[in-house]
Design a protein around this ligand. Structure first.
Ligand code: GLV
Length: 308
């Protein structure tokens, strides 16, 4: 069986070896224009040309949890299964990143950064315990559920919001847009872990940011356009929001001209909150391909109409 790989070219030999370990009978090739038709594709942000040429695919495996960069190619055959990565080592990384960001605000590191820059030695009162600090997680897929439950296990009070009803042990959950305002107004920090879909674009617009409690912090690790950046900057400058910890942006790499780079209330990182790990992702994809070849069902097939 032929596998066409449209992924990172760095460490190509490691991606290949990790895949072939689980599926030694396959022929694995980094895609080049003019290649013979492949049976399966493993992709990250593939070009349209890739799909124009690769017309015999039985399934497309995305090298990430968010499939927006695949389903934006609207002329893909409706019958072509698109499969997302399910956790594969990303949930734990995401929890670590989000915990760091939540602690940044909970332990007043934003205020101490400011104090250090101004040579101020001043002990701030700790007014809350972790249980008094309410963290809201928007998006309760594989990764969001894990992050929410780990934050709760750590000791924070955690609430979750998702498009459809989800029951999570230890986490109070809310569902649907009508419930969003009530969810937002209770939070000390909101964590965005939603996928990019037509419904989630700018879900945190000016009106919704205003619904957050005064002094709340925002952490975006989902997709850049969940958030309306001019409205965020306004909310930060008006001191309605305390700060923003951002890992994803509408345009990546973030243009050098973006005011986010230098905003004193913004911490940012270059889309590294949860990276795709070679071994677990290749193991998961190879095992799913073997199941498909054996006529067995697999999990993780996305609904292109929903966008995840
Ligand atoms: C990363 O952005 C992913 O979708 O996994």
């Amino acid at each position: 069986m032929n596998i066409s790989f449209y992924g990172p070219h760095t460490q190509l030999n490691l991606w290949e070896a990790a895949f072939l370990k689980h599926c030694p009978q396959a022929f694995f090739k980094a895609w080049e224009s003019g290649d013979a038709p492949a049976d399966y594709a493993i992709v990250w942000r593939p070009s349209m040309q890739f799909f124009t040429e690769q017309t015999q695919l039985k399934a497309v495996f995305n090298l990430g949890a968010g499939v927006d960069a695949v389903i934006k190619h609207t002329n893909l055959p409706a019958t072509l299964p698109i499969v997302k990565l399910e956790d594969a080592g990303m949930a734990q990384q995401m929890f670590e990143y989000v915990l760091y960001a939540v602690l940044h605000y909970f332990r007043n590191m934003d205020a101490y950064d400011f104090q250090q820059k101004n040579r101020l030695w001043s002990e701030l009162p700790i007014s809350k315990t972790a249980a008094d600090f309410v963290v809201g997680v928007m998006g309760l897929g594989n990764i969001g559920q894990y992050v929410a439950q780990q934050l709760a296990a750590y000791g924070f009070t955690v609430q979750g919001w998702s498009r459809t009803e989800k029951a999570l042990k230890g986490v109070r959950t809310h569902a649907g847009l009508p419930a969003l305002g009530n969810f937002l107004e209770q939070l000390d920090a909101v964590v965005l872990l939603l996928p990019h879909t037509p419904e989630t674009k700018h879900i945190l617009n000016q009106e919704r940011l205003a619904q957050l409690k005064a002094g709340a912090a925002l952490i975006n690790v989902g997709r850049g356009d969940l958030l309306c950046v001019p409205a965020l900057l306004e909310a930060l400058d008006a001191n309605h929001l305390r700060g923003a910890f951002l890992d994803v942006f509408e345009v990546e790499p973030l243009p050098a001209t973006s005011p986010l780079w230098t905003h004193p209330k913004v911490r940012l990182t270059p889309h590294i909150s949860a990276s795709t790990l070679i071994e677990p992702s290749m193991a998961q994809i190879a095992q799913k391909i073997l199941r498909l070849e054996a006529g067995k069902p697999i999990s993780g097939i996305v609904n292109p109409n929903l966008g995840y």
